[in-house]
Design a protein around this ligand. Sequence first.
Ligand code: 2AL
Length: 251
Amino acid sequence: MRIKVTNPNTTAGMTATIAAAARAAAGPGTEILAATSPTGPASIEGHHDEAMSLPGLLAEVRAGEAEGVDGHVIACFGDPGLLAARELARGPVLGIAEAAMHAASMLATGFSVVTTLGRTRVIAEHLVRAYGMERHCRRVRATELAVLELDDPRSDARRRILDECRRALAEDGSGAIVLGCAGMADLARDLQGALGVPVIDGVAVAVRFVEALVACGLGTSKRGDLAYPLPKAYTGPLALLASGSGVPDAA
Ligand code: 2AL
């Protein structure tokens, strides 16, 4: 099967990290198509960044549908545009926060999220409530690392994330850690070895969850709000991104 993994920020180096994690997790016979958003912010660290990332992300989801992929992963921890992407897609579409939180809830009675800047914490907290994870998520913690520091081999990102994970285990009563950024995907194994508890990278588990759903013959419901978008006239630059959709009943 073919799974498209889209990085909604425009930093190709981060997409390389994400693609490596996705390919390492995927089962035999799964091809990972990794994409970087063609337009928008270099990193996503707030509500405005998320909004500005959506046209590029949705263009990639449309392109994946036109190529006939079996499912999608949105590789940013805010799960930007998740429901909009589901409207466009035939197969399953999973966000990495959604996948990681569900995985964590199956592995421990409580988990902590360790994320990047403090200003992104409220985004993760909104998702905790949207996914009904209030009973499982003990706390969302910020490291005050900028997303692009994760992409810089000279940064001390690993040490700062490890320190915050240790504080989470000591203070939150958590049994598992959810990594709160796609750019942390390459750290999960190493952190799990150092901490001795499950450390969950959402990219890996989202790929495996998509595989499982597709293998069960399941896709996105096309009944109700996740039906393909209604055809509309578009004005301005978005007309280019919304055209050639490959959306069957919007064509
Ligand atoms: C993210 C992420 O996963 N990618 C990005 O650009 N921003 N999330 C975050 N909390 O920093």
